[in-house]
Design a protein around this ligand. Structure first.
Ligand SMILES: Cc1ncc(COP(=O)(O)O)c(C=O)c1O
Length: 483
């Protein structure tokens, strides 16, 4: 039985200790009101971490609430932190854990493999099994190459497109996230101050981005068919690939329209540009992946997250012709690809076990949970007359503090006042035993029940009631957005 952390009270106040002031969190902090709830152990871990890790963490995505919550273990749909607090986990390590935590078939497969050794310089049967699963399920995939992360999969897909076409430039959508490869990071975090007009400007993601990277990346406006077509045609002679996520999460978890997807395929075919569908995150939408579900026909697909069952993984898949750039059977290939841990047997067996349980039937349940969450939030907004909308499909959902669901990254842009509301909602939900990402986009796992989703919905309503001046703050955020 779920136990929300008792006695956790969230109050608006500054943290006492400057050293641990939240960097990218609102000024909400957590006060321990009773002996039953404490973040004392997490605080103590964080103090030690600050001595050896820059900013005390290893991932920029780790939130401080006001300190990072250190986990002890996961069990099914739940997480238990080092202080013993228990949370319904709607983060699932950013969509990886499609069967929740410590999923028995995965744990068993990993234990059996580890007894036989963790990695060798030689291939194993398990990589053939996992590759077979992908080629059998995904129409666009005839051959597969494994990597250790989604970032690496994207990197090798882009390099494969360059090796295949002999061209250098890439095209991507404004606001879309594809991991940490320099070119795909361009314009990932563009803002109204720098994103330019109808034709998006190429903006650097971080300090030190070379000018050449910016000029080699063509940035497309999301769901704007005509402007994107024009940009692609103008640059077609130099374009190696177009990389898209059919429902880019950080750009608002918004689907690309059918017209837009058709235009991308048409231009790519006409101009011999490699079309890459990045399914690192959205492969969890359907048995055969999100491209197939939307009748989108890419040349290459990148995978990651769920296909490793919770272990590090990535993969590039596609038609034999393009994938042959990796083929080293007849000497040095056009694109040599290795990697000490590529296709390591632990990730492979975990992936096989996970995927075998990700059946067509399991998707019915998974996506029904997502439907319940989306319709529940919409119903709550309607009942309480709140300008809140929801995007996402399948097991993924995200809510927006605007009346009409946005259809582009620009419409989904979250200005500072709205951002602080999103963060406060996610922080207050902790007190109800619910964990969602701070941008309030979340995902379900197959081990969740409808009662879990209902718990999220009642908690969300309670949080809205608890938040002082919620309606006034929403209004202020709308004025800020319009200004
Ligand atoms: C669409 C997409 N591509 C690539 C990546 C990078 O994957 P990884 O974090 O495994 O490097 C992510 C990660 O969230 C992603 O969502």
């Amino acid at each position: 039985m779920r136990q929300p952390p008792i006695g956790l009270e969230i109050v608006k106040e500054q943290t006492d200790d400057e050293e641990f002031a939240p960097e990218n969190s609102s000024s909400v902090s957590v006060r321990r009101e009773s002996n039953q709830f404490s973040l004392q152990e997490s605080e103590s871990h964080y103090q030690k971490a600050n001595r050896v890790l820059p900013g005390g963490t290893t991932r920029v995505t780790v939130k401080r609430m006001p300190v990072p919550i250190y986990m002890d273990h996961g069990e099914g749909a739940y997480l238990v932190d080092v202080d013993g607090n228990r949370y319904l986990d709607l983060v699932n390590n950013y969509t990886v854990l499609v069967h929740g935590h410590a999923f028995d078939p995965v744990s068993t497969a990993v234990k059996q493999q580890i007894e036989k050794g963790s990695c060798y310089a030689n291939p194993t049967d398990s990589e053939i099994k996992l590759a077979n699963i992908l080629t059998e399920r995904v129409p666009a995939v005839e051959k597969v190459r494994f990597t250790n992360s989604g970032t690496e999969a994207v990197l090798f897909a882009v390099k494969a497109a360059r090796a295949y076409t002999g061209r250098a430039k890439i095209a991507k959508l404004e606001g879309a996230y594809h991991g940490a490869y320099d070119w795909v990071e361009v314009s990932e975090n563009s803002t109204p101050d720098n994103w330019g007009d109808k034709e998006p400007l190429s903006t650097p993601f971080c300090a030190g981005v070379p000018e050449s990277v910016l000029s080699e990346t063509i940035v497309l406006p999301m769901n704007d068919v005509e402007t994107s077509r024009e940009l692609l045609l103008r640059n077609s002679e130099d374009l190696a690939c177009i990389i898209v996520d059919v429902m880019p999460s950080r750009a608002g978890l918004i689907q690309l329209s059918q017209d837009y997807l058709i235009m991308l395929r048409e231009v790519a075919t006409e101009k011999n540009i490699v079309l890459i569908s990045d399914e690192v995150l959205n492969f969890r939408y359907a048995y055969d992946g999100i491209s197939a579900a939307f009748s989108f026909e890419p040349d290459l697909i990148t995978f990651g997250k769920v296909i490793g069952g919770g272990l590090p993984i990535g993969a590039v898949g596609g038609v034999t012709d393009i994938m042959s750039v990796f083929d080293s059977s007849k000497g040095r290939p056009k694109l040599p690809h290795g990697g000490t841990f590529a296709a390591n047997p632990i990730s492979m067996v975990a992936g096989v076990a996970c995927m075998e349980y990700l059946t067509e039937e399991s998707f019915l349940h998974l996506n029904a949970l997502g439907d319940r969450a989306r319709s529940g939030i919409e119903e709550l907004a309607k009942r309480r007359k709140l300008p809140i909308s929801v995007t996402g499909v399948g097991s993924m959902f995200r809510f927006h503090l605007v009346e009409n669901a946005p259809t582009s990254n620009r419409a989904a842009f979250v200005p500072p006042k709205a951002d602080s509301i999103h963060k406060e909602i996610s922080e207050r939900l902790l007190a109800h035993g619910v964990m969602i990402p701070s941008d309030t986009s979340a995902c379900c796992s197959t081990v969740m029940t409808f009662a879990d989703i209902d718990h999220l919905l009642t908690s969300l309503e309670a949080v809205i009631d608890e938040m002082p001046d919620f309606a006034t703050r929403l209004k202020a955020s709308q004025i800020e957005r319009e200004s």
